[in-house]
Design a protein around this ligand. Structure first.
Ligand SMILES: C[S@@+](CC[C@H](N)C(=O)[O-])C[C@H]1O[C@@H](n2cnc3c(N)ncnc32)[C@H](O)[C@@H]1O
Length: 257
């Protein structure tokens, strides 16, 4: 008995933070630190790193959602609001968009950007962990998360929370880095990811470490099929995915029926 309790006391659950193994309870704080550090340069870095392609990926994800005028959308880990802008254009005056993110700096950057674009009505912002979304169940026609799931400590709990908030008949959209399906380009992609991106992070955002985390976290994220099964385990059905840019990113769409 003594041996068991001693073992219990010394065993710590760990998780990945990029390629590093860290105590489970430290991850959310470490991720928050990353995005607080990069928030002011986040949009610029996205344009530079992806040569602007992230805008097309986001447009595609919102297009695939099929969201229509008058509908309600919850964008989880919404950061600087790129998806919120696109959803807002689709739902129109009669609809609503709620942006949630765990990080206040990212939310403030996003809110300011949307205000500058004149997007003020029918849009709200809530600071919240994706694992415990503080909104009523079955209340959104579409729940989305773009480049956010990778950073969440307990992904399955977040998927379940997103399922609960989706209306019956509604859908969930996940846009996330995934597994490249063009093996011939793998070495080039690796060289770009591990050499150029951290360097860009250093030069543009004065933060090489955060962008090294970004690249490593992409490699640790579940591939297309694994994520599909996780989405099904959360309760969603008719799960489908689209590979974009050779699988560098994928859009998963699933329904709550
Ligand atoms: C790479 S950014 C993506 C932002 C935006 N969705 C986009 O596509 O540009 C990841 C975002 O996830 C947020 N995030 C990380 N962990 C989270 C969590 N557990 N719950 C909610 N948001 C989280 C970060 O604060 C950050 O704003």
């Amino acid at each position: 008995m003594q041996g068991t309790s001693a073992k219990r006391m010394t065993t710590t659950d760990t998780t990945d933070f990029g390629f590093e193994k860290i105590p489970l309870e430290d991850k959310t704080q470490r991720v928050t630190k990353v995005f607080s550090s990069v928030s002011s340069r986040y949009d610029l870095m996205n344009d530079l790193m992806s040569f602007g392609t992230h805008r097309l990926w986001k447009r595609f994800a919102v297009h695939v959602s099929g969201v229509r005028k008058g509908q309600a959308v919850l964008d989880v880990a919404g950061g600087t609001g790129d998806l919120a802008i696109l959803f807002y254009q689709r739902v129109g005056e009669g609809g609503r968009v709620l942006v949630t993110d765990i990080n206040n700096s990212m939310l403030v950057q996003g809110r300011n950007k949307l205000i500058d674009k004149g997007i003020i009505k029918n849009i709200d912002y809530v600071q919240a962990n994706a694992e415990h979304l503080p909104v009523p169940d079955n209340s959104f026609d579409c729940v989305s998360i773009a480049f956010g799931l990778r950073n969440v400590t307990d992904k399955q709990t977040a998927l379940r929370s997103m399922y609960e908030k989706t209306r019956y008949g509604g859908c969930m959209i996940i846009l996330e880095f995934s597994r490249m399906v063009l093996p011939g380009l793998m070495r080039l992609y690796d060289a770009y990811s591990f050499k150029i991106i951290p360097w860009l992070g250093k030069v543009v955002a004065d933060d090489e470490e955060s962008y090294r985390y970004l690249v490593e976290s992409i490699r640790m994220h579940p591939d297309q099929e694994t994520l599909k099964h996780m989405i099904e385990d959360a309760g969603f059905t008719r799960v489908n995915y689209y590979n974009l840019s050779g699988g560098i990113v994928a859009v998963h769409k699933a329904y709550k029926l």
